[in-house]
Design a protein around this ligand. Structure first.
Ligand code: KIV
Ligand code: ZN
Length: 522
């Protein structure tokens, strides 16, 4: 009998903290549904105290969920109450509370004298706050997880002391994050082994790890931790996350599966759902998967050199340690076109992991027909990007009603746009350095705002000159960034839509008031 390793997916929380990623509520719900299909054990759905939209997203994900749903909370009562409010519709809720435990974090975050006047006092206060937080969380649910932030750099004796205390207070999972991605595999494995040896009540909790990838070691560190006693791994789809990201779910799962000859572990992941999940996350977050990315990159199963191709034709095992089918890479891409009906589209979307209601299907079908009219063949990746574009439109935002561009080698680029905002129409023209610049300036004039684009990228979603273009725009307003995504066979139109979406996100954000931050360590 193999021992089960629990897969705790934090794509919707730590993954969403990736620079440039921002998911709206509907997109998070779709990803959560797909994560359930993938078979993850725990879905970390968000950090409810950080904004009303995060709270709403967690609530919506909980609704009808079968997996354990976790919500993050700092070790303060307000955060824990917000997490519980968000989790209340869940069948299997988990409160995940955390506090920093390394000296470097403690001195940096708890500098004020009210946490103690020296390191020893501050450590004692942090321990007390951790225990109080776990006890408070336990008043709502028996399933409480505690994380010692920056455990990778925490003094081992103190780490053991705080972990023993939170287990005593009722934590059922104790998570050991390598928050800065600093540790080395044998070192991290050793830390886990030592912790298990030093904490007398460790048997009352599941030991979990959460590794960041700053040195490219997140997966290796996680596997080393498993070899040394960890039984839950926290990870993200495509390895997205803060800075260089988190341990990648697909790499951990496939490493455990392919090298099952080396150990006695297994996960509950339906590996054939990996590819669809990976593509969905990429399409919704706008974070492109590098072609040579292990398991899910475009080149993961491509064989370029003649010698390799020859070997592959004779026997796949010559150069492949797993089959594309085992991770759900389709053998052929089914192509839809303008003659494909609504049912054909619905069936294809379902196969890709998107389950639409009648109304949603109607809207997506209209967009599909429009695209199929312009480009003969509509590929799976086109559909994924189209879904990302559709779900990326929260209600009440700006819509591009009309656009006209005049551009050429011998003329000044000029754009006219008409924008719809509920029942209002705004129309303006402008010139610019190029057609996109002219278009953005016309939008700014029409809406009466200043230019604020900080990042702008365009890419094609599939190969060929008829490919759909996807534009990503980020705008900054003070310290906050807002992202927009637009899709069209015309990249100027895609760019205008992306800019309008980012502006719409900013407007929605300004309508929602951010919850107050505290100085307890985040
Ligand atoms: O990296 C980290 O330490 C975290 C914790 C909040 C679990 O994300
Ligand atoms: Zn993290």
């Amino acid at each position: 009998m193999r021992e089960k390793i629990l897969v705790f997916d934090t794509t919707l929380r730590d993954g969403e903290q990736s620079p440039g990623a921002s998911l709206n509520v509907q997109e998070k719900v779709e990803i959560a549904r797909q994560l359930e299909k993938l078979g993850v054990d725990i879905i970390e759905a968000g950090f409810p105290a950080s904004s009303p939209l995060q709270l709403e997203a967690v609530q919506r994900i909980c609704d009808g969920s079968k997996s354990v749903i976790a919500a993050l909370a700092r070790a303060v009562e307000n955060d824990i109450s917000a997490a519980w409010k968000a989790l209340s519709p869940a069948g299997r809720p988990r409160i995940h509370t955390f506090i920093s435990t390394s000296d470097i974090h403690i001195l940096g975050k708890f500098g004020s004298d009210r946490y103690g006047t020296n390191l020893r006092e501050k450590r004692q206060n942090v321990l007390r706050m951790a225990v109080d937080a776990v006890k408070f969380a336990k008043t709502f649910t028996p399933d409480v997880e505690f994380s010692a932030e920056d455990a990778g750099r925490t003094e081992p004796g103190y780490l053991a002391e705080i972990i023993a205390a939170v287990i005593e207070a009722g934590a059922k999972t104790v998570n050991i994050p390598d928050t800065t991605g600093y540790t080395w595999p044998s070192e991290f494995g050793g830390k886990i082994a030592r912790l298990i040896a030093d904490v007398p009540n460790i048997g009352d909790a599941v030991v979990s790890v959460h590794c960041h990838n700053d040195l490219g070691l997140a997966v290796a560190n996680s596997l080393s931790a498993v070899e040394n006693g960890a039984r839950q791994i926290e990870c993200t789809v495509n390895g997205i996350g803060e800075r260089a990201g988190n341990a990648s779910l697909e790499e951990i799962v496939m490493a455990l599966k392919v090298r099952a000859d080396l150990h006695h572990f297994q996960t509950g992941i339906v590996t054939e759902e990996i590819y669809n999940t990976s593509r969905m996350v990429s399409a919704f977050t706008g974070i492109i998967i590098q072609p040579n990315k292990a398991v899910v990159g475009d080149n993961a199963f491509a064989h370029e050199s003649g010698i390799h191709q020859d070997g592959m034709l004779k026997s796949r095992e010559t150069y492949e340690v797993m089959t594309p089918q085992s991770v759900g890479v389709p053998e052929t891409s089914i192509v839809l076109g303008r003659h494909s009906g609504k049912h054909g589209l619905q069936a294809r979307l379902l196969a890709l992991g998107y389950k639409l209601g009648d109304q949603e299907l109607e809207t997506v079908y209209r967009r599909f027909v429009d695209i199929a009219d312009k480009k003969k063949e509509v590929y799976d990746d086109d559909l994924r990007v189209l879904m990302g574009d559709e779900l990326g439109r929260p209600g009440g935002t700006y819509e591009l009603d009309y656009m006209h561009i005049n551009s050429g080698t011998a003329s000044i680029p000029t754009a006219t746009v008409r924008i719809r905002e509920e029942n209002q129409l705004y129309e303006e023209s402008a010139t610019g350095d190029g057609p996109v610049d002219a278009c953005f300036r016309a939008i700014e004039r029409a809406l009466g705002i200043e230019s604020m684009v900080s990042t702008y990228t365009v890419r094609s979603t599939t190969a060929g000159r008829q490919a759909l273009g996807e534009a990503l725009v980020r705008i900054r307003d003070g310290n906050i960034s807002f992202n927009g995504r637009g899709v069209s066979t015309d990249i100027i139109e895609a760019s205008a839509k992306a800019y309008l979406q980012a502006l719409g996100q900013r407007r929605l954000h300004n309508q929602n008031t951010l919850s107050e931050t505290t100085d307890n360590g985040v």
